[in-house]
Design a protein around this ligand. Structure first.
Ligand code: C2E
Ligand code: CA
Ligand code: CA
Ligand code: CA
Length: 274
């Protein structure tokens, strides 16, 4: 920041101003994009290690911005800060449930839900309504959330999670091992699955301590009767390692990149014939 001589005003650094402007422009575009439904979902299979079968697909949102496809890392943070994640997340959930209701009954769908959505008092009712409207069995839906949720309001969050679970919806703690990881989360909140973050998968073959940590997380989840999904598996050697460590499910480019919804049936068929 620069002092303007003779005044006590402070001018912001031009890069900060630029970023703020960019964010405001994106917010404006996002608002319009939601009205015009410029989004689509891709699906990445989650594979059961032991059988090699697809258990379900994670829905990943993309923004078709003109000729460009924008990845979620670029706009989800803006959507969260502006509250636009609420209408966007509602659309994602409905679209994913609609799609999944057409898949084989033993194939589920996982949907990412941001902390901001949990703050909305109508969230659980909205999920229930969406399930009813799409006819998707609650047991086929997994809601993925990150540890940032625990900084919202513990009692509200615990209440919402319990109500979701009572509906039959499964709960997955996403990106486990980044963020504010605490073992107490495993004790205090109902969870079905831990998703072990890709950063572990990247480093476990070269860093002994990271490898050790992965092993500990697996043992911990077994003790708590929570299943594990290892994210970002790209190579056979990574797969071999996590198989030995006792992982339950895997997700990653080794099996498949996220695919458009019309390719979901062929991804299911491929892994079934493996
Ligand atoms: P995430 O939940 O951790 O999702 C997994 C991300 O890792 C996806 O990126 C996926 O394409 C990528 N990935 C999967 N396997 C591999 C691999 O083997 N190697 C590498 N390098 N990457 C892999 P994507 O689709 O860009 O999504 C990024 C993040 O955006 C997600 O991370 C999630 O936090 C967020 N996101 C995506 N869709 C939604 C949504 O509908 N709502 C909310 N709130 N967040 C979303
Ligand atoms: Ca996720
Ligand atoms: Ca994740
Ligand atoms: Ca991640």
């Amino acid at each position: 920041a620069k002092e303007v001589p003779g005044s006590h005003f402070v001018l912001y650094d031009s890069t900060l101003a630029y970023e703020a402007e960019q964010r405001m422009m994106m917010e404006k575009d996002l608002r319009l994009a939601i009205e015009e439904q410029q989004f689509f979902l891709e699906y990445q299979p989650i594979v059961h290690l032991e059988t090699g079968r697809v258990k379900g697909f994670e829905a990943l949102v993309r923004w078709q911005r003109g000729d460009l496809v924008v990845r979620p890392d670029m706009f989800i943070p803006v959507a969260e800060k502006s509250g636009l994640i609420v209408p966007l997340g509602k659309w994602v959930l409905a679209e994913a449930c609609r799609h999944a209701s057409l898949w084989p009954a033993d194939v589920g769908v996982s949907v990412n839900v941001a902390g901001e959505q949990f703050k909305d008092v109508g969230f659980v009712a909205m999920v229930e309504r969406t399930l009813a409207e799409t006819g998707l069995n609650a047991r086929r839906l997994t809601i993925e959330f990150t540890e940032s949720l625990f900084s919202v309001d513990v009692d509200v969050v615990r209440g919402s999670l319990s109500r979701l679970r009572a509906l039959g919806v499964k709960l997955a703690l996403d990106d486990f091992g980044t963020g504010f990881s605490s073992i107490s989360h495993l004790r205090c909140f109902p969870l079905d699955t831990l998703k072990i973050d890709r950063s572990f998968t990247e480093s476990m073959l070269t860093d002994e301590r990271e490898a050790e940590l992965v092993g500990v997380i697996m043992k911990l989840s077994q003790a708590f009767d929570i299943s594990t999904t290892v994210e970002g598996v790209e190579t056979e050697s990574q797969l071999e390692f996590i198989r030995k460590a006792g992982a339950g499910d895997v997700q990653g480019f080794l099996f498949s990149r996220p695919v458009p919804v019309d390719q979901v049936p062929s991804v299911i068929a491929e892994t079934r014939n493996r």
